[in-house]
Design a protein around this ligand. Structure first.
Ligand code: RBF
Length: 157
């Protein structure tokens, strides 16, 4: 049986990170995790560009516009939503998630989904570099793997 899978080699590729500045104390940790993961897997720091936007609702629009430049091999989307007293949390998480998914379908490059949706501050702490790891790092590694996998699939035809 053939098994086609992506490798975790980031060298020679250009990456965009799109970050929502809302809850930036945690968002900065996600960026730190994503950047560190990309560099540890071979990306050059000069090949990584950070785009920041006001909130998670704006992430898909920025990510799509960034992808449309065709200057990047992959886009890592990062943001932190923390449930508050209003229903905004649900509306914004749904739009950000749907929007990133729609960008995947529209553009032929990988988009990493590193938008964390937390019930409270404890969960935000856990997911941005402590107990539950760093979801920015996970999303970045997913993009690296997907870049390689898509390239390998292209090579099959
Ligand atoms: N953006 C986030 O990235 N994370 C949040 O937790 C978050 N919570 C919000 C809560 C409310 C009540 C509002 C009005 C906005 C929130 N936003 C949040 C910002 C939102 O994604 C967007 O930037 C703004 O609504 C402006 O379009």
């Amino acid at each position: 049986m053939k098994n086609v899978q992506g490798s975790l080699i980031a060298s020679g590729r250009k990456f965009a990170i799109v970050l929502s500045r809302w809850n930036e104390f945690f968002g900065d940790q996600l960026v730190k995790g994503a950047k560190s993961a990309l560099i540890r897997h071979g990306a050059k720091e000069s090949d990584i560009t950070l785009f920041t936007c006001p909130g998670a609702f704006e992430i898909p629009q920025v990510a799509r516009r960034v992808a449309a430049t065709k200057k990047f091999d992959g886009v890592v989307c990062l943001g932190v939503l923390i449930r508050g007293a209003t229903p905004h949390f649900d509306y914004i998480s749904a739009e950000a998630t749907k929007g990133i998914g729609a960008a995947c379908n529209e553009f032929d490059i990988p988009f990493g989904y590193g938008v964390i949706t937390c019930e409270n501050l404890d969960q935000a702490i856990e997911r941005s570099g402590s107990k539950a790891g760093n979801k920015g790092e996970e999303a970045a590694l997913c993009v690296v793997e997907m870049c390689s996998l898509l390239e390998k699939i292209d090579g099959l035809v």
